[in-house]
Design a protein around this ligand. Sequence first.
Ligand SMILES: O=P(O)(O)OC[C@H]1O[C@](O)(COP(=O)(O)O)[C@@H](O)[C@@H]1O
Ligand SMILES: [Mn+2]
Length: 662
Amino acid sequence: MMNFSDVSQALNISSETTTADMEELFSYSQKLMREKYPTKQAVVTELMNLEAILSLPKGTEHFVSDLHGEYTAFDHVLRNGSGNVKQKLQDTFGGRMTQKTIQEFATLIYYPEEKIAYEKQHFASKNDLDQWYLDIIVSMLEFLQVAARKYTRSKVRKALDPNFTYITEELLYTNHQDNAKRQYINRLLQNLVALEQADEFIIATAYTIQRLVVDHLHVIGDVYDRGEAPEKIMDRLMEYHSIDIQWGNHDLIWLGAISGSKLSLLNILRICARYNNLSIIEDAYGINLRHLSKFAEENYQDNPAFRPKLLKGDTFNFDGEQLQITQIHQAVAMMQFKLEGHIIARRPEFKMESRGLLDKIDYEKQTIKINGKTYPLENTCFATIDPKDPYKLTAEEEEVINNLLRSVSKSPQLRRHLDFMMEKGNMYKCYNGNLLIHGCMPVDEKGNFKTIKFQNKAYTGQKMMDFFEEQVRIAYAHPEIEDDFATDVLWYLWQGENSPLFGKKDMTTFERYFIADKKTHHEEKNPYFKLRHDVKFCEKLLSEFGLDPKEGHIINGHTPVKKGHEAIMADGKMIVIDGGYSKAYQATTGIGGYTLLYNSYGLQLVAHHPFSSKEEAIEQGHDIISTRRVINYKLKRKLVADTDIGKQLQQKVALLRDMLAE
Ligand SMILES: O=P(O)(O)OC[C@H]1O[C@](O)(COP(=O)(O)O)[C@@H](O)[C@@H]1O
Ligand SMILES: [Mn+2]
């Protein structure tokens, strides 16, 4: 018999729900179940279905992080399921196909349209092409069967292209060795080719396979900034069949910009200018920068510290574009430094006085005093600053920023993407026993969770995370309110000392632009980043979130794992998967990025070579996976019953059993 606590779990009831509420909910859920399964037969069918699902192997989870706008590399990783497609091909065809054929087959599954077009150019006769089609279709069906093995028929059906559902199911579930059926199957296959459906069928099946090899995707933050196409990543994520996102600090400033935070907006503009990516703002999101550009042109000159960073092969679209971006870059950076002074004054509880720097400058001598030490300033661009009132925006700056804020809030494309980021996103997630957080849990040197005191209330550990999430949701729901507490908290999450998404003492943006002494650029990391090597500390953190400290893992992104450093820490309890998709950071990491797979046998870390181009992948069959490392191979396969969803299904099974017993 189910009790209230079982029901409360099944219905996700919080500790604040009263017994009376629970009784009502309990009878309500029974009523709903009776409506849904009105006959004994319906109950039995559903019960059998659920119990069968519970005994299937757990689906594969795929973890990615710090995508930083690198769409093509990310797209490739999704298409090959972090090497999962190739691994399964190897297991299926290893003895029967050469390595070269397996790689070609893999490429066909990743990029079916392009690979078919490429292959077609190389056949001497129609007969050769038709034979190729038949061979490929037969192998694909065999492989589809492997990819579909873990799922119920109904789930596989959802992954099929509706145009080919009928024919695929016939081909998939009919015994090809059965003499009576062989002719029928052969006719179906021949007709696919004869009726010129082969291309479409292969393409559709390739995408179904891509979809089936990964059951659920976790994005551990930082979709945005530095790379050129975050909007394409967001479109791709929106199409994905099953996904959650943990917000990164960079995602937060995009959420901030559309929630009315001027500082967040200035930061995204500054980073886009810095990485030569203003087209994301203008073209992808349709935000007009003409006013800003004109203002920048009138007030700023060339300045080496603000020229956009160029990656190999980058060029400018027109003469003078570099200068224009350099001017915009300075204009937004200076507005940012000014407005930081306002928020710091407005929010003493943020304790960020030391980050107000414009009043620590000697404008005549061009020096600054930080922590008692005076440094010369270089590459300064302080024309809009009134030394007597350094944080005051000029009237024109006010107008520029207000206009920008307005047009950001009106961009339907941006809203669509960020609505999705809110819907699927959280500060952290507990999923199948693991804890997913982009950055860290702020702690002191001893590993005690830090407490923040905001608006006379104190928050620690998980409660602090929940508090931050609540503020993000409040700010996002009220974009018209620009300087309320919740909107300011969004900026705190970007660069506040106790932000779980930032995890450093100070963000030294000003120093990086204007002070030569590199010591001032240092950003001290929270002690978390040392302590996370320690098993006991990781166990404590898992317990804080109600997870099993012996079984669970913590999965972080955020800090690029430098060459020669470990991504797996604390005996496998802690896994850091930001190996740096970001091209700008590949020199430090030496690789293209890490991803993580969690299938029914356990966790595997996958390291990727930097991705060169789609063309190279297609023509030369280059894949980008380098190594896979098993973290915790389980002899006993995990089943759906062992997962979070499995637990919910078991509650439902119990309810159904109660109904049968009535
Ligand atoms: O290398 P860039 O683009 O100038 O960015 C440096 C800034 O980025 C940060 O590392 C934050 O970005 P990440 O979340 O990607 O680490 C800051 O701490 C630092 O000041
Ligand atoms: Mn980050």
